[in-house]
Design a binder for this molecule. Sequence first.
Ligand code: ADP
Ligand code: MG
Length: 331
Amino acid sequence: MIRIENLVKRYGKKYALDSISLDISKGEVIGFLGPNGAGKSTTMNIITGYLSATSGNVYIDGIDLLSDPQTVKTMIGYLPEQPPLYVDMTVREYLNFVFDLKKCTYSRKKHIDEICSVVKIADVQNRVIRNLSKGYKQRVGIAQALVGNPPIIIFDEPTVGLDPKEIIEIRSLIRKLGEKHTVILSTHILSEVQVVCDRIIIIDSGRIIADKPTEELARVAGTNKKYNVKISGPLREVLSMLKEHPGVKSAEATGENDNGTYTFILETDANTDIRRSLFSALTEYNWPMMGLEEINASLEDIFISIVDSKYESEKSSEGTRASWDDADEEI
Ligand code: ADP
Ligand code: MG
């Protein structure tokens, strides 16, 4: 559905994209994950025809973007980082405007009604966009991407700046859209791609450093569970007890909070839940547990595991490239 070959974008001497290649099949929900400045927006802006590449090719459903940008644009709905909203229009006026802009041939009222109901903005459609909350503005941005019912939808950091409730709603909306469309979503938040996407492509400094199904990547990153636990008791004894506790692979003290309460980082394997047994054990010693928090694997953890495993596999295959760099197959 989307094929990118050796895409390069250079600004002066700086490579924003340093030869990116990937293949996305129909119906996939893809997460572009990477820190700020990695090249996510640049990639998306090139795929959607808003930015030209320095070199490389983009094919959408077999059509070369450069040879037929008009057709390609009708196949992609795009929500850029800054949604192109006309804030003085009402929602309905704006969607009608986009409908004309995209030269849609659907029955206008029915099509826009349907979109409003899918993204849940029917109740605000006569309000001026400027006065809507950030969450609603983002829904209107998603609605404009859906006008014309494009088979591919691309969202650039769709949950940035939203409150937690809005984030959950927008994520579940994107998941729902993924049932009928090919979706690419960019984010710098690991948990976001984990809950929404089938496949995760990690970009760093303009290169793809991992491209894997979500579960596989979670496995790379999640062989261990980590906890942050606060315990009130004698530091040395508590630490040696923690190290002996069944299921604990490592324990270290990271600091003293209040007088006599220490923070420890515990690592256990992913299948063991030590919370109950630890609580009972500490009660027996009369060392109160003041807090316990599971630490989620961060983007940095994933980077480290990937770089480590890449290094390992490069070592074992004597210089051949790691599996996630496998060359694309022919169309
Ligand atoms: P992301 O969306 O992953 O945060 P971007 O694609 O926006 O990253 O940017 C990738 C890199 O390209 C960054 O280092 C950024 O500074 C650089 N860049 C983007 N746009 C320009 C520009 N117009 N001129 C110079 N450098 C740019
Ligand atoms: Mg960006």
